[in-house]
Design a protein around this ligand. Structure first.
Ligand SMILES: *Cc1c(COP(=O)(O)O)cnc(C)c1O
Length: 368
C-alpha cells in the first residue's frame, strides 16, 4: 500500500465541480485581485473565528509581517518567538527589522513554555508571538498575564490552527491580532499562496487594509508605508468554497487522530500527542515521539508510507540565525524533541484501512 504523508487529490476530487465553477466565475469577471470573492471570504472567515475583522493577504509569512508591523515593531525591538516553529514565524520579526528572541517549548504541548518566557524579556521586548503549533492552541492565559505585566503585545500565529479552540474560544481573536496561512497543505488550503490577518481592533484592521495595498487609502493616495500583500481573487473564491467544509474536515482529522490513538495507545516505544485540557486540537499534524526515530522513518518509507519532521532543526540552530549567537544546548527541550518526533500521515480523507496499515507497520518495526 502507498500512503503519502499528505495527499491533496481526494479533497479536490470531492469538490471539483464547485471549485471549477468558482474559478470560472472569477475568470469571467475580469477582476483578479481582491474584490468580491476575497471580501466574501474575509467576512465568513472572521465569523467562523468569532473575530471582528479578517484581512486577506498573499501568504501566512506576509500575515506575520503585517501583524507585527501594525503594532509598530521595528529596528531595535525584540520579539519573543518559540524556538520550535516553522521559520516564517521568525521572519515576521526580521521583516520588521526587529530581533527574534527564542524561548524553549513545553515537552508535552510542544508550544512555547510559559515558565521560560519572562527570563527572555528585556527592556527592548515589544511582543510575544504565540504559535498554535500542529493545530493545538497555546496556553494563552499565562501569556496574557506576562504580556500585561511587562506591557508588551501578544499576537498569534495561527497558521496551523484554523478553527482550533482555547478554553472553548476560537483562536484568531485572543491576541491583539493573528496570522493565518492558506498554503495548500494547511487545514484550509488555497490552490496557490494565501494568508490572512484577523483582529478585533478596528484601527489595526484599517491600517492593515492599507498596508497590504501599497499603503493606499484611495487609489494613488499613499498615506503610509505599505506593500503588495493583496490576496488573489481566485484564491478567495477557492477558499470560499472550501470554508463550508472546514468543520467537517476538522472533525475527520480528529477522527483520524482518534483512530491512531486507539491503534497505537498501548505501544510503549512511541508516545502520542497530548491533548491539553484547555485545547481543542485540529490536528494539522499528528506528531508522535518514537524510539529509534530515524530507523522507523526509513522502515515506513520502505513500506510505502510517507512521514514528516516538524521540525528537524530548531530555529536557534538554523544557519540563517547564526548571527543571533545561540548555540546547541540553549533549548534542550526543543533539541531533544527534534531528534525524536515523527509526523504520521494526516489529512481528512485518510481511510481506516490506510490508518490500520500505518499502525500495523509501526508495530512490525518494533519487536514485541
Ligand atoms: C505555514 C506557516 C507559516 C507561513 O505561511 P505561508 O503561507 O507558507 O507563508 C507561518 N507560521 C507557521 C507556524 C506555519 O506553519
Amino acid at each position: 500500500m502507498n500512503i503519502q504523508f499528505l495527499d491533496l487529490k481526494p479533497q479536490y476530487t470531492s469538490i471539483q465541480g464547485e471549485i471549477h465553477a468558482s474559478i470560472q466565475q472569477v475568470l469571467a469577471s475580469g477582476s483578479f485581485v481582491l474584490g468580491k470573492p476575497v471580501l466574501d471570504f474575509e467576512n465568513r472567515f472572521s465569523e467562523a473565528h468569532s473575530v471582528k475583522h479578517c484581512i486577506g493577504v498573499s501568504s501566512g509569512t506576509d500575515a506575520n509581517h503585517l501583524s507585527l508591523s501594525m503594532i509598530d515593531i521595528g529596528p531595535g525591538d525584540e520579539v519573543i518567538i518559540p524556538v520550535n516553529t516553522f521559520i516564517a514565524t521568525a521572519w515576521g520579526a526580521t521583516l520588521c527589522g526587529s530581533r527574534p528572541v527564542f524561548v524553549d517549548c513545553h515537552p508535552e504541548s510542544y508550544n512555547i513554555d510559559p515558565l521560560k518566557i519572562e527570563r527572555a524579556i528585556t527592556k527592548k521586548t515589544k511582543a510575544i508571538v504565540a504559535v498554535h503549533l500542529y493545530g493545538q492552541a497555546t496556553d494563552m492565559q499565562p501569556l496574557q498575564e506576562i504580556a500585561r505585566r511587562h506591557d508588551v503585545h501578544l499576537v498569534e500565529d495561527a497558521a496551523q490552527a484554523h478553527l482550533a479552540e482555547y478554553n472553548g474560544k476560537k483562536v484568531g481573536g485572543i491576541g491583539i491580532s493573528a496570522a493565518f496561512s492558506f498554503y495548500p497543505g494547511k487545514n484550509l488550503g488555497a490552490y496557490g499562496e494565501a494568508g490572512a490577518l484577523t483582529t478585533n481592533d478596528n484601527e489595526i484592521a484599517r491600517k492593515a487594509r492599507m498596508f497590504r495595498d501599497q499603503g493606499q487609502s484611495e487609489k494613488y493616495h499613499h498615506d503610509s508605508y505599505g506593500h503588495n500583500y493583496r490576496m488573489e481573487a481566485i484564491q478567495g473564491a477557492v477558499l470560499g468554497v472550501k470554508l463550508k467544509y472546514l468543520p467537517q474536515w476538522t472533525a475527520q482529522r480528529r477522527a483520524v487522530a482518534g483512530k491512531y490513538r486507539q491503534l497505537l495507545g498501548d505501544l510503549e516505544q512511541v508516545s502520542l500527542p497530548k491533548e491539553m485540557p484547555y485545547a481543542k486540537h485540529v490536528y494539522h499534524l499528528f506528531v508522535i515521539r518514537a524510539r529509534r526515530r530515524d530507523d522507523l522513518k526509513a522502515f515506513l518509507e520502505q513500506k510505502g508510507i510517507g512521514t514528516g519532521l516538524h521540525y528537524p532543526i530548531p530555529l536557534h540552530l538554523q544557519k540563517a540565525f547564526q548571527h543571533l549567537g545561540y548555540k546547541k544546548g540553549d533549548f534542550p527541550v526543543a533539541e531533544k524533541a527534534a531528534d525524536e518526533i515523527l509526523s504520521l500521515p494526516m489529512y481528512p480523507e485518510l481511510t481506516d484501512q490506510q490508518i490500520e496499515y500505518v499502525c500495523d507497520s509501526i508495530r512490525e518495526f518494533y519487536p514485541q
